[in-house]
Design a protein around this ligand. Structure first.
Ligand SMILES: [Zn+2]
Length: 147
């Protein structure tokens, strides 16, 4: 088996700088390791990373890890749109929340409009309504205590 020289080759954001030893696979076979630069010219972050020939050639290693971190940030941004991020809730401006709630309860806004105003999905909006205990069914019969 001839050792493939990957020096200078680019894989995703990684540019191979030099060979740097080997690690052993589960079967005991030596896997050549390569010191790579997560090259800013390739969209990388400038960090160095060690990768095996196999992972580089298969395309499973394409950055020092920053690419994966960025993808996770994109997912987080999608969760944020639902009013949640990493299990932590994003609170809308309380004044906006109260005002939107008031207008929803007064029938000025549909649940879709109210949710959109707060940057929530309707599901999240209804959940928040239940939490603040102001979820009122807009029924004609509603009118407890009416004289
Ligand atoms: Zn990187």
């Amino acid at each position: 088996m001839t050792a493939l020289d990957l020096t200078g080759r680019c894989f995703g954001r990684l540019r191979v700088i030099r060979r740097e030893g080997s690690k052993h696979s589960f079967s005991g076979r030596p896997l050549p390791l390569w010191r790579c630069l997560c090259d800013p010219a390739l969209g990388g972050c400038g960090a160095e990373h060690l990768a095996t020939s196999g992972n580089l050639l298969k395309g499973s290693t394409r950055s020092c890890g920053c690419l994966r971190r960025e993808l996770m940030r994109v997912n987080a941004a999608e969760r944020l749109a639902d009013g949640r991020i990493g299990g932590k809730r994003i609170e809308p401006d309380p004044a906006l929340f109260d005002e939107t709630l008031r207008r929803y309860c007064a029938g000025e806004l549909s649940s879709r409009e109210a949710a959109a105003a707060l940057g929530f999905s309707r599901e999240t909006f209804f959940r928040r309504l239940r939490e603040v205990g102001q979820h009122q069914e807009r029924r004609p019969s509603h009118g407890k205590g009416r004289l």
